[in-house]
Design a protein around this ligand. Structure first.
Ligand code: GRF
Length: 196
C-alpha cells in the first residue's frame, strides 16, 4: 500500500474524492495546504487524516519548497498528489519527486495548459474538453499524461457550467489514475508514461 500526501490550496473536492476512493492500493497519510482555512483541510480532518499548513507568504520559492519537501519526507510520503494546489513548484522539488508527483488539469492536455482554461476553450469554439492527470515535470502542465476523460462542450456553456461538468469527471478520473500509479501499472520512464 502506497503512502500518499495530497497538496491543496482550496475547497478540495478532488481531495474528497481521493479520500472516498482509498483502498488497499493507497492510503492518504497527510494533507498539506499552503492556505490556512482551505476548505479541503476540514475534509481531511473529518476523515482523520493528518494536516499541515505551510504558508508560502514571505518565503522564497526554494525556501517554501524545502519546507514542503521536509514535511513530506518526515511523514514518509511515497507519492505526492496535487489537487488544486495553486503554487508553481521549483525544478529541484519536481526532480526530487520525479515519477511520484502527479497533478490534475481541467483540459485535454497538451491543449490549454495554464489558467483561464474554460474561457479559452469556449472562445475557441471547441466541441470537446475534459480533464487530464499527468506526471509533473518542471514545465507547467507539460508532463506526460497518465489518463484523460473527455466531456462535450455545449453551445450555451459558460466557463462555470463547463468547469462543473469537468470537475464531476475529475472525481472518478483522479482516484483511478492514482490507483494505476500506486499499483505500478503506470510509471514514468525517460520522460514518457509507460503502461504495463
Ligand atoms: C480542479 O478543477 C483541478 O482540475 C484544478 O484545480 C481544481 C481543484 O478543485 N487543478 P478542487 O479543490 O479539487 O475542488
Amino acid at each position: 500500500m502506497k503512502r500518499v500526501a495530497v497538496l491543496i490550496s482550496g475547497r478540495g473536492s478532488n481531495l474528497g474524492a481521493l479520500i472516498a476512493a482509498q483502498d488497499a492500493g493507497y492510503k492518504i497519510i497527510l494533507v498539506i495546504s499552503n492556505v490556512e482555512g482551505a476548505g479541503g483541510l476540514e475534509k481531511a480532518r473529518a476523515a482523520g487524516i493528518a494536516t499541515e499548513v505551510i504558508s508560502h507568504a514571505g518565503k522564497s520559492r526554494e525556501a517554501f519548497d524545502a519546507e514542503l519537501d521536509a514535511g513530506l519526507r518526515a511523514a514518509g510520503a511515497e507519492l505526492v498528489v496535487l489537487a488544486g494546489f495553486m503554487r508553481i513548484l521549483s525544478d529541484g522539488f519536481v526532480r526530487g519527486w520525479e515519477g511520484r508527483l502527479i497533478n490534475i488539469h481541467p483540459s485535454l492536455l497538451p491543449a490549454y495548459r495554464g489558467t483561464k482554461v474554460h474561457e479559452r476553450v469556449i472562445a475557441a469554439g471547441e466541441r470537446e474538453s475534459g480533464a487530464s492527470v499527468h506526471f509533473v515535470v518542471p514545465e507547467l502542465d507539460a508532463g506526460p499524461v497518465i489518463a484523460q476523460t473527455k466531456v462535450p462542450v455545449h453551445s450555451d456553456d459558460t466557463p462555470e457550467s463547463l468547469a462543473a461538468r469537468i470537475l464531476a469527471v475529475e472525481h472518478k478520473l483522479y482516484p483511478d489514475a492514482l490507483k494505476l500509479l500506486a499499483s505500478g501499472k503506470v510509471r514514468l520512464e525517460e520522460g514518457q508514461t509507460v503502461r504495463l
